[in-house]
Design a protein around this ligand. Structure first.
Ligand SMILES: Nc1nc2c(c(=O)[nH]1)N[C@H]1C(S)=C(S)[C@@H](COP(=O)(O)OP(=O)(O)OC[C@H]3O[C@@H](n4cnc5c(N)ncnc54)[C@H](O)[C@@H]3O)O[C@H]1N2
Ligand code: MOO
Length: 392
């Protein structure tokens, strides 16, 4: 059995950036990376803007100015100021060419058509110059930049409505199991509700992967084989849930072999998620996650996340990890390294009850995983532990 780090390294090495270009409306481009440089189509700001509510002045060496006009944001007139004249002005309004400084209103006393400055002011204060952020034709954002809310706001401020980006992977989720029933349908004895597809879909959505299809098969070899064959051909990444262990009705391994999926690893020395498979067929990456729900989700966060980040050409291929003091105790059974459901309060971490890989109840309220290495058998209060922060 390989170690967790070996498995992560294999995923990291095998998964290559997709680098397929596509065009997206700006409002739907969050989380994508630019596939080419964007040059500013205009100066930003496009005109000299006042940064304060106050007065734009044509500076002179006295403290008193005559107010000759008013300019508010959106106005397009350009009063001409002589030396010693001022215009009332507001934040975001165009500063006339003949004004050379702006003073905030709190620093003047107004008396009808004159203002008196408390103290002398220097020129060029509180004016955002034309092209101060970016000049027309300058590089606005470089190829490869990830489109964050700020980047989208910035491009939108330049009047840009669509962008060329690298495609995100298309993902198929395939659940397996005779016992699984759709929520909403009456459960017969021996049946449970199928929940991993919604959980994995939601995890993908949380990382802004929306191109996802869901497929469900019974514990039937031919159905598993045919559906897998189809989803592998149609998607960049396939996430299988369940049917990967050694039971007589676990057909996933057999089907993957028959489809000549190249195995990169099967079984990782970890708890939960020992029977984890990763392989490739042509350009498609395939994970078979253990069916136990908590094991499935932990394997998603530790391995599938890495694959997704690599396909997106991101250098951040692991969730953030920090060292934190534990405020609880935990005794490990067995010697596999373990991921423990936990809550991190910004200061200490609490290891929760219900660590079984079949249990989602405590996972539902956890915001972190504590990683307990192979050689550690217990965690005491105040021990420093490694905490993996989950995107909740
Ligand atoms: N003889 C052995 N038995 C098992 C081993 C082993 O090493 N030797 N490993 C155990 C471990 S650890 C795990 S984890 C599971 C993994 O089994 P599978 O991946 O084959 O998963 P299933 O058997 O199909 O299901 C396991 C469990 O999860 C429930 N499940 C499955 N899919 C869903 C779903 N979509 N929604 C909700 N719940 C689901 C399923 O009903 C089972 O209870 O194997 C152990 N056995
Ligand atoms: O590996 Mo299993 O996920 O421990 O239950």
């Amino acid at each position: 059995m390989i170690t967790i780090n070996e498995a992560i390294d294999i995923v990291k090495t095998k998964c290559l950036p997709l680098l397929i270009e596509t065009t997206k409306p700006l409002e739907k481009s969050g989380g994508y990376k630019l596939s080419c440089n964007i040059y500013a189509p205009m100066n930003m700001p496009p005109f000299r803007q006042s940064a304060m509510d106050g007065y734009a002045l044509n500076w002179h060496d006295k403290l008193t100015y005559t107010v000759i006009a008013e300019i508010k944001a959106g106005d397009n007139h350009q009063p001409i100021l002589k030396k010693g004249e001022a215009v009332r002005i507001f934040t975001g309004a165009p500063v006339p060419d003949s004004a050379n400084t702006v003073i905030m209103q709190e620093k003047v006393t107004r008396n009808e058509n004159t203002i008196k400055l408390e103290n002398p002011i220097a020129i060029n204060m509180n004016i955002r110059d034309v092209g101060e952020q970016v000049k027309k034709s300058q590089l606005a954002l470089a190829k490869g930049t990830k489109l964050t809310p700020a980047a989208i706001g910035y491009l939108s401020s330049l009047g840009i409505k669509e962008v060329n980006v690298y495609k995100k992977p298309s993902v198929a989720i395939l659940t397996t199991g005779n016992e699984l029933v759709e929520p909403g349908i009456h459960l017969e004895y021996g049946q449970i509700y199928e929940s991993n597809s919604q959980m994995l879909l939601s995890a993908l959505y949380s990382f802004k992967f929306y191109d996802v299809t869901i497929h469900k098969v019974k514990d039937d070899y031919h159905e598993t084989l045919n559906t897998l064959d189809h989803v592998i051909k149609e998607h960049d990444l396939v996430i299988i849930s369940g049917g990967i262990s050694v039971g007589d009705y676990d057909f996933v391994g057999q089907a993957l072999k028959a489809l000549q999926v190249e195995e990169h690893f099967y079984k990782v020395n970890q708890k939960p998620g020992k029977p984890l498979f990763f392989g490739t067929k042509q350009d498609t990456y395939i994970f078979a996650l253990p069916g136990n729900p908590a094991a499935s989700l932990t394997c998603f966060y530790i391995y599938v996340f890495t694959a997704l980040q690599r396909l997106m050409n991101s250098e951040f291929y692991k969730l953030p990890r920090i060292q934190v003091k534990s405020d609880s105790i935990f005794k490990k059974h067995g010697d596999r390294p373990q991921f423990l459901k936990a809550t991190y309060n910004g200061n200490t971490v609490t290891i929760l009850e219900g660590q079984s890989s079949s249990m989602l109840q405590t996972y539902a309220i956890c915001n972190a995983l504590v990683f307990m290495p192979e050689d550690q058998s217990k965690i005491k209060v105040d021990d420093l532990v490694e905490v993996i922060l989950l995107p909740v």
